[in-house]
Design a protein around this ligand. Structure first.
Ligand SMILES: Nc1ncnc2c1ncn2[C@@H]1O[C@H](COP(=O)(O)OP(=O)(O)OP(=O)(O)O)[C@@H](O)[C@H]1O
Length: 312
């Protein structure tokens, strides 16, 4: 495959299913007596949008934090382009090409929109504090380039306010998009989005899906943690499912939506109950999860059992 390191400029999307960019290899992470991740292995392939899903407390955020260097695994390894992340500091990991957004927005509210994006770009710059202080030519050039990049990224993510507006004055949706722009400013190989749709209404979610696809089409690889099943199913190429710290499934959205273990995990029932529940409910159980009618599917199933109409 050809080199796509100039992520922002890659003309065509890399076909999903490329070589492994990040490998999670048999990772276990314990918090005292609690095993938050238990022998988890999967890979993120170059050019794909990978979804990481699972019920509350499944270990998604912990896994994300291991992949971005916030936590060190108790055992196992995470490799980025074959290089172990183990023992690397977070800013080194950013320089390697992994960027992330946060579940809770973390912007500098009293800085301008443009400055917030440039903080990301600055993570890549070479000039020293001294250089910045005396505004040496290299610094001035980088500042100019940063400013230009910031504007391009703001346009790209669809933040339409004045770049000199204070970040704290932006609408909630724009703040979330600004976070994505800031992460992209580090020119990452891998962009990790932690629940980017939290608090979004359906039309904002739709816009976000389009943005995530657009990001991928620029040549970025995307990791998405997201509660909204419809969004995950609609935008990802592959999905990894965690439950109680273990990987219970991996596959395309279509495979995942028809996987009884996944449906069971979301419905909070035993796997063998799912087939029956789905059959008798006459619906696709994941659709029920998506639409929030999950409880109805299980209720229907239990109701049938009580009525003695359960054929099995
Ligand atoms: N810093 C920590 N110290 C102790 N326990 C933790 C810590 N972080 C997470 N946990 C525990 O690890 C388990 C996995 O949590 P995690 O936040 O990774 O799950 P999650 O899938 O992201 O959940 P959610 O969807 O609710 O965000 C939970 O039982 C949680 O209470």
């Amino acid at each position: 495959m050809t080199d796509t390191t100039s992520a922002g400029a890659a003309a065509t999307a890399v076909a999903p299913g490329g070589k492994a960019l990040l490998e999670v290899d048999d990772v276990t992470l314990k918090f005292g007596g609690l095993t938050a991740l238990n022998g988890v292995s999967f890979e993120i392939r170059e050019g794909e949008i990978l979804g990481l899903i699972g019920p509350n407390g499944a270990g998604k955020t912990t896994c994300f934090n291991v992949m971005t260097g916030v936590y060190q695994p108790t055992s196992g390894q995470v490799r980025f382009e074959g290089e172990p992340l183990t023992g690397r500091k977070r800013h080194k990991i950013t320089r390697l090409g992994i960027a992330r957004t946060f579940q809770n927005i973390r912007l500098f509210r009293t800085m301008t929109v443009k400055e917030n994006v440039m903080v990301g770009a600055d993570a890549r710059h070479k000039t020293s504090v001294l250089g910045a202080l005396f505004r040496l030519p290299l610094h001035r050039r980088e500042e100019h380039e940063g400013s230009q990049l910031a504007q391009e990224l703001l346009d790209f993510v669809g933040v339409k306010v004045d770049a000199d507006e204070l970040a704290g004055n932006l609408s909630y949706g724009d703040q979330r998009r600004l976070e994505i722009a800031r992460a992209m400013a580090t020119k990452p190989r891998l962009l990790c989005l932690d629940e980017p749709a939290a608090g979004f209404n359906p039309s904002e979610k739709q816009r976000l899906m389009e943005l995530i696809r657009k990001v991928r089409d620029q040549g970025y690889t995307v990791l998405l943690i997201e509660h909204d099943m419809k969004l995950v199913m609609g935008v990802t190429d592959r999905i990894v499912v965690l439950e109680f710290g273990k990987k219970i499934a991996e596959g395309t959205p279509e495979e995942i939506r028809n996987n009884p273990a996944v449906v069971a995990a979301y419905l909070g029932v035993e796997t063998d109950e799912v087939g029956e529940a789905v059959e008798h409910g006459g619906t696709d159980a994941i659709d029920a999860v998506v639409s929030g009618d999950a409880a109805d599917v299980v209720d229907h199933h239990h109701h049938n059992e009580e009525e003695g109409t359960d054929a099995s």
